[in-house]
Structures are given as C-alpha cells and as structure tokens.
Design a protein around this ligand. Sequence first.
Ligand code: IPD
Length: 332
Amino acid sequence: MCSSRSDQQQAAALCRRRRKRRRRNPEVCEPLTRSSRLSSDIIRSCSSNMADIWQDAMDHAVATARRAGEVVREALQDDRKVMTKSSSVDLVTQTDQKVEQLIIQSVKEKFPTHSFIGEESVAAGEASVLTDHPTWIIDPIDGTTNFVHTFPFVAVCIGFSVNKQVEFGVVYSCLEDKMFSARRGKGAFCNGQPLQVSEQKDIKQSIIATEFGSSRDPEAVDKIFSSLRNILCIPVHGVRGAGSAAINMCLVASGCVEAYYEMGIHIWDVAASSLIVSEAGGVLMDVEGGEVDLMSRRIIAANSRAIAERLVKEIDSFSLPRDDAPPPPLKP
Ligand code: IPD
C-alpha cells in the first residue's frame, strides 16, 4: 500500500520513467536499485500496474500489418510478376518481397536488436532458427497463390516470440479488412471483437478446413487424399479451404469451422495464428498427437481436444524437412 500521497506520486513517476525506458529498449527491464526511496510495498504495487512489456511491439505490429495490407491491396490493381520457389506451384511475387522488407525495416527502426524469420528472407538463404531471443516471424502474404489469382483471401502475418513462446500474433486479412490479433493470456480479437471457438464437440456436425499445399510429390499427394477421404467419410458436414493457412486458423478461432489441419505449412504461415487459436479457446496438436512443434511443418488447430484427437486418428501423416533443418549441401 502506498503510505502517503507523495509516495504515491513518486511511485507513479517511477512507473512512468520505467515504462518510458522500456518503450525505448523493451528487452531491458532494469531492477529497482537499493537506493530507491520507495518502500517494497510501493514497488510491488508499481510492478502490478506495470504496462505489458510487449504491448508497444504489438501495437507496432498491428500498425505495420495495416500499412502492409494497403501495399498488398494496391498491388492487386497492377500486373503481378510471378516467380517460383521450391516448385512450379510454390509462387512468389515482387509484392511478397517488398512487403517483407517494409515490415522488417519498420521493425528494425524501433527494435534494432530483435531477430527475424521471414518467408522471403529464408527463401533468399537466411537461416530459419527460432532462439530465445525476441523474434518476429513474418509471412508478408499468406495466400500468395490467391493473391496471384485475385482469389480474395490473403493475409499479412506477424508473429512475435520470446523464449520460443509466441507472445503475440497479428493476422491482417487485408481484402476483407479483418485485423485478427492475440496477446498471450489476454484473448483473441477480430477488429476489436473477442473471438471464441465453436462449442461443437461432435465431428459429424463439423466443418473441417485443410489445404493441398504446394507439394506435388505423388506419395505426399496420396496421403493428403487418403486423409481427406477418411475425414469426409466420418462423415463431416463439409471440408473447406481458404487458400491461406493463417485465415483458415482464424476461421477456427472465429468459430466458423471446427478445425484446420495441414502437412506442409511453415512456421511463418502459422506462428501468429496459432496464438489467435489458443487465445480463442482452441487447441493445437501435431497430426500424430502430442504437442505441436511450429518448425515441424504440420499442425492441427481445433476448437477442442476431442475433435483434434479424432482428426489424429484419420490423418495419414507424413514427415517433411523441418523449417530449421540445415540447407542441403550444394551439388558439385
Ligand atoms: C501457403 C498458404 C497455403 C498453404 C501452404 C502455405 P504462402 O502460404 O498458406 O494455404 O496450403 O502450405 O505455404 O506460400 O501463400 O505464404
């Protein structure tokens, strides 16, 4: 308890100074020195009112995603020069690259010591390794194939992790103008409205979302189809896919579909939306059961453990090279 009004004022001033310093350098949360004249009670009360250490970073992510979304919308009016990455159906455009640079530049100006995992930077040869360091995980356009074809579901995704735990996630579905966001422990929202997963526990009364991904390896395609067959024949009410992993996961968080699963996604497709699902009351699971590993390229996001576990029984799983696997040696 604050002992006097002047102590309260000192505590408030100290809180303000600490918040200001933290805004300038969010990693540094300096301890109070012994010489502080405030009593330990005051310090406790100050700490309990402390601003969320990553709120400033999250606000920056939301503002940057909105700006990035404008660039994506404008680019839809122009000719889109399409290039390919891992296969002829793994597409990339100059807009993906431009938007990723815009996001990274803007974050670097404010948080110069932070790390990045960005889809297009990794495609250009940068490492995709998640450390304990504050790391921004960016997919500039999730749904690039949709973007190329003007199929109207594309999202700018910004996830942020510290100690390998996602602290906040922002998914801006820019053609729908829907800003999805979640802060760990504080719920998930779309345009300011709280999100809640569906309460349906019966998979036979459910819609399941999935995607075919960009692998055309016949063995993988066979497994994708056998999983789809098993799930359709449960039977479920329907199977859907928006063409964007992040938007599919936001549909789970919004209660529009009961679950989404895919083998072949990357960490940047799902880091931000994984927190949106769990903060909306959903469950994340590996396609063979057990904890999801964001680097493993496989995920189930469901409204409940019951539906996730039922999907595990029906999915014909396969493994993929991990996102953090060392690059294959160069051919002579
Ligand atoms: C892709 C989309 C697609 C999913 C792929 C992802 P990208 O992301 O999310 O829906 O099937 O697995 O890689 O390449 O458009 O960022």
